[in-house]
Design a protein around this ligand. Structure first.
Ligand SMILES: [Zn+2]
Length: 185
C-alpha cells in the first residue's frame, strides 16, 4: 500500500528508496521544517528523519556497448555508481519508541545494474558534524593528489555535503572549513 512518506517504511535496498531520493524536496524547495519525515529500514534496524543532502555518480550513459559489461578497470557510471545520503535521523524500535537521539546518518550505497552484482550499503551514525565530514572523505587517485592529501570529499559525497550545508548550520561550518582546506596548497 502506498501512502505518504511518513507512514511508509522503505528499505535502503529497495527501488522505492531510489524513487524517494528522486522525489524528495531539494534544499531551496523547502525549509528544514517543511522537509517530510521518512521511515527507513536496513538490516532489521528502523530509523526516521529528514534527508539533508543527496548526491549520486550515476550517469545515463555507458563507456561500452549498452547491454554488455564494462571491461575490467573501466569505471562505467551507467553500470556501477555510488549514491550518498546525509540524514538527520533517529533510530526507533517497532513499538515506535526512540532508541537513540536524533543525529546525523550518512548512507553510502555502492550500486550496480549488472546481473549478479549486489549493492553494498554502509551507514555511519554520529552526532558530530566533523565526523560526518571525515566519513565523506574518499581516497584521491594518486595523479590527482595536488595538495598531497590522500583523502578528500568529492563527487557524490561532496554534492551531498553541499546540499546538507544549505539546511544544517553545523554541516555548513564544516563544509566551509573543508573548502578552505582544499584551496590551501
Ligand atoms: Zn556501462
Amino acid at each position: 500500500m502506498k501512502g505518504t512518506p511518513a507512514d511508509r517504511v522503505i528499505s535502503l535496498v529497495d527501488e522505492a528508496y531510489d524513487e524517494l531520493l528522486y522525489t524528495y524536496p531539494m534544499p531551496g524547495q523547502a525549509t528544514r521544517d517543511e522537509m517530510p519525515t521518512v521511515r527507513l529500514t536496513y538490516n532489521g534496524d528502523h530509523f526516521r528523519g529528514i534527508i539533508l543532502g543527496y548526491g549520486t555518480s550515476f550517469e545515463e550513459a555507458h563507456t561500452h556497448v549498452p547491454g554488455g559489461r564494462p571491461a575490467p578497470g573501466d569505471r562505467c557510471s551507467g553500470c556501477r555508481w555510488t549514491d550518498v545520503t546525509i540524514m538527520w535521523a533517529q533510530p526507533y524500535n517497532l513499538d515506535d519508541g526512540p532508541t537513540a537521539p536524533y543525529q546525523y546518518a550518512v548512507i553510502v550505497r555502492g550500486r550496480s545494474s549488472l546481473p549478479g552484482e549486489t549493492q553494498r550499503v554502509r551507514t555511519t551514525w554520529t552526532p558530530d558534524a566533523a565526523m560526518v565530514l571525515d566519513t565523506l572523505r574518499v581516497p584521491v587517485p594518486k595523479h590527482l593528489r595536488v595538495t598531497g592529501r590522500e583523502r578528500s570529499v568529492a563527487g557524490p559525497h561532496e554534492d551531498a555535503l553541499l546540499d546538507a550545508a544549505l539546511l544544517d548550520e553545523p554541516l555548513a561550518a564544516v563544509a566551509l572549513e573543508f573548502s578552505k582546506e582544499r584551496v590551501t596548497y
